[in-house]
Design a protein around this ligand. Structure first.
Ligand code: NDP
Length: 328
């Protein structure tokens, strides 16, 4: 391809909504098939401790999404000051309940509760968030995928697994590509590395002590930003033709920053003025987009995939628990 053709090539916008909608329909069909086979309706219980408004919104959107696809979605509301032992009793009951297929513990938990111990007490077969060490270990120990989109043997975290769906369904080839991930959290960066490695990417995982981050990022064929810093990844971090996946969800209240990030975008500013904030990714979308071959927007990119993948995980867990694990 000549340089001229390359420079006029349009950047693909990788939207999460259509992929999420496809996943929702596939789960709804999967639930119908389970019922038609005489099995139980899948059930997810979300444990919500305390009255954190953001957590309540997340949980209600997850349980509503469950109901939309025919999964029973319930919330177990527990008081903020619940004793550790009492919380573990509730968890024990959910673990033992044969009608419950998926348990999710909405984070963050109040400070007096040991988050790690609680997450490790969820039965691995019901761990639809994929945070239990059994599932984390299983994901890393998995053999390399035989075919693209071959599902992992264990339940894996929703956000990175949803990103894998987006990459597959957008026809982005992974085998042999260099994926650079910025961020090494247990919920995004690390599982993202494991999943890309399974699918034959060469993976580099970066963090706050990585030296000369822009140079490392410029080596990427696929760059994944999961940092939690608004627009930190700029054009200096990106080579021509890179696929850029922006996981960041940052609430920005600085009007000058929004003006800088979206020059001339009157609609963005008007929306900011009416709400008092804007949601911005970890990537400087305006300046990175012209260099990227494909890029996810924020909002509307990775965001919708997380809940969709949670539904997929719940259906998988239910199938397995009911002895109907006949995945393609
Ligand atoms: P964490 O805060 O847990 O992790 C952030 C990571 O970024 C850390 O590994 C940290 O490094 C690294 N980091 C911070 N500053 C720098 C820097 N200057 N240079 C290089 N690396 C840096 O965040 P999460 O993984 O939980 O979330 C990341 C973003 O993704 C957030 O914006 C979050 O809101 C969003 N998110 C979106 C989801 C979705 O559904 N779309 C789901 C989950 C998260 P170190 O380890 O050294 O501290």
């Amino acid at each position: 391809m000549s340089q001229e053709t390359e420079s006029i090539q349009k950047t693909r916008i990788l939207k999460g909504k259509p992929v999420a909608a496809a996943l929702h329909s596939e789960v709804a069909a999967g639930v119908d098939a389970l019922i038609a086979a005489g099995a139980r309706r899948p059930k997810l219980v979300a444990m919500l401790v305390g009255d954190n408004p953001a957590s309540a919104v997340y949980v209600s959107s997850k349980t509503k999404a469950c109901r939309d696809v025919g999964i029973d979605g319930e919330t177990l509301d527990l008081p903020r000051d619940i004793e550790h032992a009492r919380l573990m009793d509730h968890l024990g009951e959910l673990n033992e309940d044969p009608g419950v297929d998926g348990i999710l513990v909405q984070l963050p938990l109040p400070d007096h509760l040991p988050e790690r111990e609680v997450l490790e007490s969820v039965l691995p077969e019901k761990d639809v968030d994929g945070f239990h060490p059994h599932n984390v270990g299983g994901m890393w120990l998995d053999k390399p995928a035989r075919r693209p989109a071959d599902p992992p043997s264990v339940l894996t975290p929703a956000t990175p697994t949803g990103i894998m769906e987006l990459l597959h369904r957008s026809g982005i080839e992974l085998s042999g590509k260099h994926a650079v991930i910025v961020g090494r959290s247990a919920i995004v960066g690390k599982p993202m590395a494991a999943l890309l490695l399974r699918e034959h990417c060469t993976v580099t995982l970066c963090h706050s002590r990585t030296r000369d981050l822009p140079s490392v990022c410029r080596l990427a064929d696929i760059l994944i930003a999961a940092v939690g810093r608004p627009a930190m990844i700029g054009p200096d971090h990106v080579s021509e033709g890179t696929v850029v996946i922006d996981v960041g969800i940052n609430r920005v209240t600085d009007r000058a920053l929004i003006e800088h990030l979206y020059p001339g975008k009157a609609k963005k500013l008007a929306r900011f003025d009416s709400r008092g904030y804007a949601v911005v990714g970890d990537v400087d979308y305006t300046r990175v987009k012209p260099k990227a071959s494909a890029i996810t927007p924020v909002p509307g990119g990775v965001g919708p995939l997380t809940v969709a993948q949670l539904l997929v995980n719940t259906l998988r867990a239910s199938r397995r628990r009911q002895g109907l694990d006949t995945e393609a």
